[in-house]
Design a protein around this ligand. Structure first.
Ligand SMILES: O=C(O)CCC(=O)C(=O)O
Ligand SMILES: [Fe+2]
Length: 292
C-alpha cells in the first residue's frame, strides 16, 4: 500500500518541495501543541457548532464547512502565516507568479456517518480554464482532532499529480493521511485526494488553509470575508497574504470612490488597510512580468 512521508515541523523547504514534487503530498508532524489546539477550538467552535451540514454530495450531507477563519481566530491567523508552510508555498508556486495569496480558510468537520467524498483535484475549482502546465495551488489540512483510518482521514493518491483528469485511482493506489492532532497534511492542487468516510462515533475536524497565485481569483473571497476595517490591525505580511497588495503590476488596483481631489486615483489595495509611502499602485519592478 502507498503511504505518505512524514517530516518534522521544522523541515527544510528543499526537502518539502522534493517530496511534494514527487508524491504530491506529505505530512508535517506536531506543528501545533495542545494549548494552540485548545485556543483554535475555543475561538472557532461556536462558529463550527452553528454551521449547517452541506447541501450537496461533494460538500457532504454530514459535513460542516466553516469559513472566514482569519477574522474569527487569532490562532488561525498565526497558522496561515506559519513559516515552514509559507516558505514551502512560496517555493512551490514561485515558478507561476510573482506573489502568492491566501485562497481559502475552512474548517471541515466530518460527522459520524459521513461517507467518502468523490476523489478529485482541488485545481478543478478553475475548471477547464486552468492550463496543465500551471501549478495553481498549495494546500494544507491541519488535523484539529486526530485523523484516523476510522474517522475519515483524508484519502490521498501519492504520485498522481501528472495523471490525466479522467484516470480513476484503484483502491491499492489510495492511502489515508493518518496523523495526530496538530500535524498538517501538505498537498499540491494537482494531487488526487478526498475526504474519507467517518465510521467512528465522533467528529473528524480539519482546517483547510490553502494558497494560490497572486493573479488568480481566490476561492474564498478574502475582501468580503476580511473587510478592510478588520484587516487594518493585522501585520503587513498577513494583509499582503489576504490580497491587500498588488498581485502583479496593474493587477488589483482600485480607485477610492471619494469626492474629486480627496483621494489619489489608481492605488494599491494596501491603501485601504495601512499608510503607504506612495499612492502609486506598486513598484515598477513588478513590470518585469511583461518580460517573462
Ligand atoms: O476533508 C478532507 O479530508 C478533504 C476535503 C476535500 O478535499 C475538499 O473538500 O476539497
Ligand atoms: Fe479537495
Amino acid at each position: 500500500m502507498p503511504s505518505l512521508q512524514k517530516l518534522p515541523a521544522t523541515a527544510s523547504t528543499d526537502k518539502i518541495i522534493d517530496i511534494i514534487s514527487r508524491d504530491g503530498a506529505l505530512i508535517l508532524e506536531d506543528v501545533l501543541d495542545a494549548s494552540e489546539l485548545k485556543q483554535f477550538r475555543q475561538e472557532l467552535d461556536p462558529y463550527m457548532e452553528a454551521t449547517e451540514n452541506g447541501r450537496d454530495k461533494f460538500s457532504g450531507h454530514q459535513t460542516t464547512r466553516t469559513g472566514s477563519l482569519i477574522t474569527r481566530s487569532a490562532r488561525a491567523r498565526d497558522m496561515v502565516m506559519n513559516k515552514t508552510v509559507v516558505d514551502a508555498a512560496n517555493a512551490f508556486l514561485a515558478p507561476y507568479c510573482q506573489r502568492i495569496q491566501l485562497h481559502l480558510t475552512q474548517i471541515i468537520r466530518l460527522k459520524p456517518g459521513q461517507g467518502k467524498q468523490m476523489i478529485h483535484r482541488d485545481r478543478w475549482a478553475w475548471g477547464k480554464y486552468m492550463q496543465d502546465n500551471i501549478e495553481p495551488q498549495f494546500n494544507t489540512i491541519w488535523a484539529i482532532t486526530d485523523f484516523t483510518e476510522e474517522n475519515g482521514a483524508t484519502q490521498v493518491v501519492p504520485g498522481s499529480t501528472a495523471w490525466p483528469d479522467d484516470r480513476k485511482a484503484k483502491p491499492e493506489e489510495i492511502c489515508q493521511a493518518t496523523m495526530s492532532a496538530g500535524s498538517v497534511l501538505l498537498y499540491s492542487g494537482s494531487v488526487f485526494h478526498s475526504g474519507g468516510e467517518n465510521k467512528s462515533s465522533s467528529d473528524r475536524i480539519g482546517a483547510n488553509l490553502t494558497y494560490t497565485l497572486g493573479w488568480l481569483r481566490q476561492e474564498e473571497n478574502q475582501y468580503l470575508s476580511c473587510p478592510p476595517e478588520l484587516v487594518r490591525e493585522y501585520p503587513t505580511e498577513l494583509q499582503d497574504m489576504l490580497g491587500y497588495t498588488m498581485g502583479q503590476y496593474a493587477m488589483g488596483y482600485y480607485t477610492p470612490p471619494e469626492l474629486p481631489g480627496k483621494q489619489p486615483e489608481c492605488v494599491s489595495p494596501a491603501f485601504a488597510v495601512r499608510e503607504v509611502d506612495s499612492a502609486a499602485m506598486g513598484g515598477e519592478d513588478l513590470l518585469d512580468a511583461t518580460k517573462q
